[in-house]
Every structure is written in C-alpha cells, then in structure tokens.
Design a protein around this ligand. Structure first.
Ligand SMILES: Cc1cc2nc3c(=O)[nH]c(=O)nc-3n(C[C@H](O)[C@H](O)[C@H](O)COP(=O)(O)O)c2cc1C
Length: 368
C-alpha cells in the first residue's frame, strides 16, 4: 500500500444522514435467525463491525411480509416478532456509534420449496412470469394483485424500519431476486405494464421506490442495489451501453432513490468499452446521484468463487483509493473482508496492513 487512505475515512452526507467514513458493510445473508427472528448474537455481530469503524452497515437481506419472500426459515424476516429483534440490533449498533440500514428482500423464483429449510413449502413461488430460469416455467405468472401486495410489503417494511430507528433502507434489486427478475428480460415475459420493454420491466422497482417514498417521506435515506449479473447467468446484462444504463436508471432516480449500490464482482472492471469507469462510476455520471462500489475490495478473488471453495489473499487497495480520490464513486462496500475480520476498516485506517486476513471459504460456515 503506497497511497494515503485518507479519502476512505472522510465523512459523507446524503439525505440528512452523515456517515463517519466511506466504508459500507455489504449485505451478507447468514441464515442465523431461527424462525426469522434476529437474536442477541446477530446484534453482537453487527455491533463488532460498528465498533471497528464501519461507516454504514447494510444488513443481510431480510425478507418482507409476503408469503413466498424467503427461501430459508433461518433468514431474518422484517415483520412481526422479528422487528423487536431488529430494534435491538439497531440500538446495539447506534450505541457503538454506527449507522445501519436493513436490506429489504424478496427472493421471488430463487426460492426452492423443496429445500430442507424452505418456509411454507406448500406455497407456489412468486416471479414475474413463473420462470425459474430463462425458458423454464414452473408456476403461473404473478397476478397483478400479488404484484401490488409485494409493493405494499416493501413500503410497509420501510415504514417499520423508520419506526424502529434504522438510518434508512436498502432495496434489494440485484442478483436475480424478485425485483431483478422483473428487470431482466430473461425471466420477465409479461405483456402488462410490468413487462415488455425496459420501462415496463422496471415498473415493479419504480413503484416500490414510489410506495416507500409515500410511506417514509422524502427525508429518509433510500438506497437501491442493482446488478447487471444474475445468479442465473453471470454474463447477463440489463444495459449494454451507457445510453441504455441511463435510460434504466432515470425512472428509478426520479422515483426517489438517494444512492445507487452498484453490485459487481470485481470493482476494477470497466463497465463499457472505451472508458475505465466501473458500474458505480457510470451510474454516478449518468444520474448525478452518489454511488456505492463493491466487489473484491481488499481480496484477490471474487465472491462467487468463494462459494465454490476458493480462498482469497488480502490485497492492497491503492487502485480503489485512486478511484475514490478521483470521484468515480462515493462509498465502498466491503463483503468478505469484513466477514472474516470485523476490524478490517480499523486496520486499514491505522495502516496495520500486515494484520489483514485472507478469506478462507470455511468462514462461510461460521459467519461470526
Ligand atoms: C456469504 C455471502 C452472503 C451474501 N448475501 C447477500 C445478500 O443477502 N444480499 C446481497 O445483496 N448480496 C449478498 N452477497 C453479496 C455481497 O453483498 C457482495 O456484493 C459480494 O460478496 C462482493 O463483495 P466482496 O467481494 O467484498 O465479498 C453475499 C455475499 C456473501 C459472501
């Protein structure tokens, strides 16, 4: 490491929320909330990161109040008795001086009803067209009433987040889960106002943002996470050119997104030919809104590989710092490096680079 890390530890303010620095903990599912209720250990897990200079924590995906929003009974819910558990998480993180937002999630057709921990295995899955993969239909398309119920459930989740003291919300619109299943032509064959061209396919996302704004007002931070890649197809893209990306982002931005969380697997990869800007760089340039970059920060290998058993060594972050200095993006999300080491941000700040830890896939089994 040869560059100063100062840029990473400058405060950042958006929509009335001031973060102490630019380090964001990326949302990471843990399936450690029995019956969907986050307990004291979940609060302690997030508190450890807040105590160690993480500027903003985005929680693991937490599922909204809709019958098929979850795919595992141990994934935390964001309704009913789970909210008391979350209230405790918020208070622990705030006591440690941190900021925290829930990632509101509906898994859509990523749900496997025959998986051992699947909640409500008797219920059909939900997705735009009943497709579980391009061309593979397993259920009926979602009815319009069901689409509206999902919109209402996201809005209610955001209202509850505000009520119990969260600093804002992140909407999970990435990685081939429900909102992204609507975005993606590969799974969205609808012919009503929620399908067709990109403007139609993004209506679910737009209406979720609008409904959240109606519930929480304009003075509450709302982040939208989106990705080009899908877990069903790592090469899939929503936009092949900057023009297409701009056209996709504008309705979401106009609906009231404050910050775009641009999910990539390697932050250094250029998004389009002819420029070194990554997805967060292009999104910032096209929308004028702040963005979060993510993907292999501080690690040699990317995260999908880690699910296949690959290890990663700790790396320097000079390239990241240079891009941050140049204003390519505003915030930096860190996943696995913070999973294996709650003190990652503090060590970077204090220049303790030789103490940074490698990522070993065994870490996925403990997630503490
Ligand atoms: C164990 C694990 C669970 C994850 N769960 C989620 C999730 O709930 N929501 C989400 O948007 N991304 C999820 N991700 C993706 C991360 O947020 C992040 O984008 C990815 O790990 C890349 O960052 P990294 O290279 O710093 O780990 C998960 C990643 C890991 C490793």
């Amino acid at each position: 490491m040869s560059r100063s890390v100062k840029a990473l530890f400058e405060p950042f303010t958006f929509n009335g929320l001031t973060l102490a620095n630019r380090v964001v903990m990326a949302p990471m599912t843990r399936s450690k909330s029995p019956d969907g209720v986050p307990g004291a250990d979940v609060a302690a897990y997030y508190r450890r990161r807040a105590e160690n200079e993480v500027g903003l924590i985005v929680t693991e995906g937490t599922t909204i109040n809709h019958p098929v929003s979850s795919m595992d009974v141990n994934i935390p819910n964001f309704f009913g008795p789970s909210l008391e558990g979350w209230r405790n998480v918020v208070s622990e993180v705030h006591e440690a001086g941190g900021k925290i937002m829930p990632q509101l999630w509906h898994v859509g057709m990523a749900r496997n009803p025959s998986a051992p921990n699947a909640p409500h295995p008797e219920l059909p899955s939900a997705g735009p067209s009943g497709l579980v993969a391009p061309g593979k239909k397993v259920s009926e398309p979602m009815s319009r009433a069901d689409v509206q119920a999902v919109i209402d459930a996201f809005a209610k989740g955001a209202a509850d987040a505000r009520k119990i003291g969260f600093d804002g919300v992140e909407i999970h619109g990435a990685h081939g889960y429900l909102i992204d299943q609507f975005f993606w032509a590969g799974l969205n064959e609808r012919t009503d106002e929620f399908g067709g061209d990109m403007l139609g396919r993004e209506q679910l996302g737009v209406r979720v943002v609008e409904a959240i704004r109606r519930e929480v007002g304009h003075d509450y931070p709302v982040i939208l996470r989106f990705s080009q890649w899908k877990q069903q197809d790592y090469t899939a893209r929503l936009a092949s050119t900057p023009e297409e990306l701009g056209a996709f982002l504008k309705p979401l931005s106009d609906a009231g997104v404050d910050v775009f969380h641009c999910s990539t697997r390697r932050f250094w990869e250029p998004e389009f030919e002819g420029s070194s800007l990554n997805l967060a760089g292009w999104t910032r340039k096209l929308t004028g809104k702040p963005t979060i970059t993510v993907g292999s920060v501080g690690l040699s290998g990317e995260f999908i590989g880690s699910f296949r058993g690959e290890s990663s060594t700790a790396t320097g972050i000079d390239d990241l710092l240079e891009r941050l200095d140049q204003g390519e993006f505003d915030l930096v999300a860190v996943g696995r490096a913070l999973l294996v080491d709650p003190a990652w941000a503090r060590k970077i700040h204090e220049g303790r680079f030789d103490e940074l830890k490698a990522f070993k896939p065994e870490a996925l089994a403990t997630l503490s």
